[in-house]
Design a protein around this ligand. Structure first.
Ligand SMILES: [Zn+2]
Length: 705
């Protein structure tokens, strides 16, 4: 499960400056951190932010090398996301990249249009929005321009990888995929009542397949995380769906082979630990690879070789038990791109632990907080396994998780593993905190009352960070079902409203518990600042949601996190009750005002108790009604006002990242271990990063160009 950056967006971290960003050529090549570029009309389609990963140089050399090989494995898998997103996405990227690299003689207007479209294709891994799942087409590029540019690039030596196809034929085939928004317009269609397989155009189902053929496939194939379906004919000429596994020798074979090549290299740098061995009656200390860390990698390699999902589950358990300084994701995890919500999208990352002390203390205090939840005793858990929680800086994210990144994740998704072994909560510190300083200042000025602006400047980031920490670490895992449910799963009983209820519940745990003295004890905030920071937390949270109304299209809030926040905002500002919170209109604009944060907490406590009551009792009717009353409707006035203000400031809809670059230091004289060390730099532009991913993603050289 992913925590979307929507929260940071709603909390105002990413408004865009009105002056244009420096073009890459003007940016000094020393460090590229913060806002780098914006794309689309008025810069509203995408903001590109450079991030650093401070602390990499503090790792041990072996850990830096371990990170490097995992980094290469992550890059080696990146192209899989294109193939999964649409059958033409990879070809489109190749075509555009080749023109981009061989563009001498192509006119500037064509290049401007091509470059913008290519950058969007890189960011989204194809021609569909990463979160909207809707097709986008070039804004400033025509087919004629593309055709002319492709021919010119061919003269300049561009290689389009065409086998039996002429360039004209190739362009004609891709034309509707690139330029016609109506052709295969929806990538993931989950509308109730339609054939979701037939009407979704992702690369997981070959065109021509419908839900009928999938339902006729074996139960095993239907439930598998790592397959795609191809259209075949049986002996009688009837259409059948044939499952093709993601593995070496199956789908994405080339990429997975290279991924395992680098994972095998990483195996040599697993952390060592001291073990005591007794030999001939004498105790001796030996250093051996940490068993879980090693097993996790071995299982992952075996899984990519065999396609056996059981081995991926073994990997997940070992990965969960690994608590190493450098960690990773690599494989098929989230199912958001499959309309049936079964097939996993490839994603990978490499990260290292940062500043995790406070979040670990929070995790150690999970039982303490459980005892202080505002709901009745019998719904508090008597035993709480401290959740595995860490704060990391990511070095790279690829596939479904990069360059567009979540703010946090909670994995694995397998419910049986979660039940028995728990899950890992990981907050991506450098991503979560990435913002443009100037933009932050403008946001605060535009969206907060003058008397609150200093407060938000000082404590806004802290409030947002602790909302995320507490949401993940003590929120989701808290509470238990009523004994009368006899082990029935509340999520099954509550159905559709459950995910919104659960996200809202985790948010409310954070808003409620931040006042506790334990937060001071574990170093979250000083006792003198606690109430002030709490007020900033409420202002940021509620003000962010007020503004989020302007991000929503139509009159219904659908996304689970947004529904939860809308419910809290509406509940606390009900005209009939005084919770010390109001939405006020000043000079024609709406603002959240918090006059009494202690009263606001009382309101949150009421919401939290209601949510837990619905959850513990599996009360579908109660939950549905509560959300229908408070957490479903868009407020039209807030929506119009917020949208107008965001448009005036050119708020981007999405953001993508330029990650730091790992640079191998090579010692040619050492043929046993050529990799002497690894440096981390932040010098690349977005285009440089993405072109390098394309090159390095196919290379077995330890230090490719
Ligand atoms: Zn959550």
């Amino acid at each position: 499960m992913k925590t979307k950056l929507a929260f940071a967006l709603a909390a105002g971290a990413v408004l865009v400056a009105q002056s244009p960003a420096p073009t890459p050529a003007q940016t000094p090549a020393t460090s590229r951190v913060g806002e780098l570029e914006r794309l689309g009309e008025g810069g509203r389609d995408l903001m590109i932010l450079g991030v650093d990963a401070p602390g990499f140089d503090k790792l041990k050399t072996t850990q830096r090398k371990y990170a490097y090989f995992l980094y290469r494995a992550a890059i080696a898998g990146n192209d899989i996301a294109y193939f999964q997103n649409h059958r033409s996405a990879y070809e489109i990227k190749e075509l555009l990249e080749q023109i981009y690299l061989h563009h001498a003689g192509v006119d500037a207007a064509t290049m401007e249009g091509l470059e913008e479209y290519l950058k969007l294709v890189w960011a989204h891994h194809g021609q569909y929005g990463h979160t909207s799942h809707l097709k986008f087409v070039p804004r400033l590029l025509t087919f004629k321009q593309l055709e002319k540019a492709a021919k010119q690039a061919a003269k300049n030596g561009a290689e389009f990888g065409l086998k039996r196809e002429s360039l004209e034929r190739h362009l004609a085939r891709l034309r509707p995929q690139i330029f016609d928004a109506k052709v295969e317009s929806i990538q993931v269609n989950q509308v109730i009542g339609v054939d979701v397989v037939a009407t979704s155009s992702n690369g997981l189902y070959e065109p021509g397949l419908t839900s009928k053929e999938i339902q006729a496939a074996s139960a095993e194939a239907q439930g598998k995380l790592n397959v795609r379906f191809q259209l075949k004919k049986d002996k009688k000429g009837r259409k059948v769906a044939e499952a093709e596994e993601f593995k070496i020798g199956g789908a994405y074979s080339d990429q997975l082979e290279l991924v395992t090549y680098w994972l095998e290299k990483a195996l040599g740098y697993v952390d060592n630990e001291q073990v005591e061995v007794v030999k001939d009656g004498v105790k001796k200390i030996r250093f051996e690879p940490v068993p879980h860390q090693r097993k996790a990698l071995v299982d992952l390699i075996t899984y990519f070789q065999s396609g056996d999902e059981k081995i991926f589950k073994d990997h997940s358990v070992a990965w969960l038990k690994t608590n190493s300084a450098v960690d990773y994701l690599n494989g098929f995890y989230e199912v958001y791109k499959d309309p049936r919500a079964v097939i996993g999208s490839y994603e990978a990352n490499v990260s290292f632990r940062s500043d995790s002390e406070k979040i670990e203390k929070l995790s150690q205090s999970a039982l303490y907080f459980e005892g202080k939840m505002p709901w009745q005793e019998s719904w508090r858990r008597a035993k709480v396994e401290p959740p595995i929680a860490s704060v990391v800086n990511v070095i790279v994210e690829t596939g479904d998780s990069g360059p567009m990144s979540p703010a946090a994740y909670n994995l694995p998704n397998y419910s049986d593993i979660r039940k028995e072994f728990g899950s890992k909560n990981v907050v991506l510190l450098n991503i979560e905190g990435a913002q443009s300083a100037k933009v932050k200042e403008q946001t605060i000025q535009a969206f907060y009352l003058p008397e609150d602006q200093d407060l938000i400047t000082k404590f806004g980031d802290l409030g947002r960070q602790w909302t995320v920490y507490m949401h993940e670490v003590i929120g989701h895992g808290s509470g238990q079902p009523d004994a009368k449910l006899n082990g029935q799963d509340p999520s099954k009983l509550i159905g559709g409203t459950y995910s919104a209820l659960e996200e809202c519940r985790a948010d409310c745990v954070a808003l409620y518990q931040f006042f506790d003295p334990k937060i001071v004890e574990i170093g979250g905030v000083s006792v003198a600042d606690q109430l002030t920071a709490a007020k900033a937390m409420y202002l940021g949270y509620l003000g962010g949601q007020l503004r989020a109304n302007g991000l929503i299209q139509g009159d219904t809030v659908r996304e689970a996190h947004f529904r939860g926040r809308q419910l809290v905002l509406n509940y606390l500002t009900q005209p009939s009750t005084d919770f010390g919170v109001a939405v006020v209109n000043k000079d024609g604009h709406f603002f959240v005002q918090v006059t009494d944060v202690a009263k606001a907490r009382t309101g949150v406590s009421e919401v939290l108790t209601k949510l837990q009551t619905f959850k513990s009792n599996g009360d579908k009717e109660g939950a549905d009604k509560f959300f229908a009353d408070f957490g479903t409707k868009v407020n039209k006035d807030w929506q119009a006002d917020s949208k107008g203000r965001m448009d005036a400031l050119n708020l981007p809809r999405e953001r993508a990242f330029v990650f730091p670059q790992l640079v191998p230091v090579i010692d040619l004289k050492n043929d046993r271990d050529m990799l002497k060390d690894v440096l981390l730099e932040t010098k690349e532009t977005f285009a440089e990063q993405m072109l390098r991913f394309s090159r390095w993603g196919k290379s077995r050289e330890i230090a490719p160009k």
